[in-house]
Design a protein around this ligand. Structure first.
Ligand SMILES: Cc1ncc(COP(=O)(O)O)c(C=O)c1O
Length: 375
């Protein structure tokens, strides 16, 4: 990742190319707000919608802390809907839940890992019910719907979080598709020392990720893995604690002008294409069996037998290949209701995330895929 940062910093003065503004890649909308974090924008949305302790927001139980925390802190009721093995909402359950609970005012739909969750059938279910949809595109930047338009146009609002995808320390955009619900804000707080320190911590995290990628032995990799985890925690401790609106950092604004988004997208597409074409192992089962080029994955999730997951991770780590999971800060299944959230529990216990990042060259991808095929 750092490799990219250095390239960007080196190239940027001599580069003749005019880069497109990141917002030109997002869907057209009625109104938008560009801030430092997605979670502060979720808080803003609750304020703009005027929701109170009498109102309920529905979210999945496999959900990021960055979404559930601002909802809970805003004082509204938060309930979970169930999902299937693709992490898409179960329509029948959702329908029943909506019929039984007139306090529901907001529904959050995530496009997991960049794969499209169909919004239209859910919108039809909600019609005439005064329930707004927030399409969470934090993991689906640059994606377009199978129906054509960019992801983020199907609901009333959409949320994008840039550091989930791009080598930037912060930056998130909330959009409104509803002409009667504007979300522009002018109550931004001046970034003080602590906020600036959190941005530097995220920069450390990006740099350490690069060192991790370059590590030659599993021992050195382990050292970088721990350090990058600590840097990440320093950033998140601050952004979780302070949900006020800050402007995106100057570092992010500067770097966004240097990134060639078209090349970024093309590399992720070609790496994903290689993975889908060449992964022949039955040990790994794609969570999304079909991938088409309109989806730009954040990473590609697969199911493995849960009893073999740690062994597979260790085996690949010994070959300098890092397979990750997304569990920490994502498991909100109520402990006494695990039988209701079975698909969520299965995902948590048996997924692995395969890398397709833009900084992996085709030969790097071949090495990874060959190693996976030999498991
Ligand atoms: C799907 C999703 N939505 C929202 C958020 C919150 O965004 P941010 O980290 O910019 O606050 C996250 C962060 O992990 C996320 O993954």
């Amino acid at each position: 990742m750092f490799h990219i940062l250095r390239q960007l910093d080196k190239n940027h003065k001599s580069s003749e190319k005019v880069r497109r503004d990141i917002r030109s890649y997002l869907p057209p909308c009625e109104d938008s707000c560009f801030a430092s974090t997605g979670r502060s924008l979720v808080s803003l949305l609750i304020r703009r919608l005027g929701l109170t302790a009498e109102d309920t927001c529905l979210i999945p139980a496999y959900v990021p802390e960055g979404l559930i925390r601002p909802l809970r802190e805003s004082g509204i009721q938060v309930q979970f809907y169930t999902v299937d093995d693709k992490l898409f909402a179960n329509l029948d359950d959702l329908n029943r839940q909506i019929e039984n609970d007139p306090s529901i005012r907001l529904l959050v739909l995530i496009h997991p890992f960049g794969f499209e969750q169909p919004v239209r059938p859910i919108k039809e279910l909600l019609s005439e019910r005064n329930i707004a949809i927030l399409e969470d595109c934090a993991q689906s930047l640059f994606g377009t719907s199978i129906e054509g338009p960019p992801l983020g146009m199907g609901g009333d609002f959409s949320l994008f979080s840039l550091n989930k995808f791009l080598p930037v320390p912060d930056g998130a955009i909330l959009q409104s598709n509803n002409p009667n619900m504007l979300i522009t804000a002018d109550d931004f707080v001046e970034g003080q020392t602590e906020q600036q320190a959190s941005i530097l911590a995220y920069e450390d995290h990006l740099h350490l990720n690069h060192e991790l990628l370059q590590a030659r032995t599993p021992d050195t990799a382990q050292g970088f893995l721990e350090k990058t985890g600590h840097a990440y925690e320093r950033y998140y401790t601050f952004v979780n604690r302070d949900l006020r609106l800050f402007l995106p950092s100057l570092t992010t604004k500067k770097r966004l002008k240097q990134i060639d988004f078209n090349t970024f997208i093309a590399k992720r597409i070609s790496n994903t294409r290689l993975l889908y074409a060449e992964l022949k192992q039955t040990t790994f089962k794609f969570v999304y069996e079909n991938w088409t080029e309109n989806y730009i994955p954040m990473t590609v999730p697969v199911y493995v037998a849960p009893e073999h997951r740690d062994e597979i991770i260790a085996k690949l780590f010994s070959q300098n290949i890092l397979l990750s999971t997304l569990i920490d800060k994502w498991n909100y299944i109520p402990p006494d209701r695990e039988e209701i959230f079975q698909a969520e529990a299965r995902f948590i216990n048996s997924h692995l995330l395969l890398p397709i990042n833009e900084f992996l060259s085709p030969s790097h991808m071949e090495t990874i895929i060959n190693a996976l095929n030999k498991v």
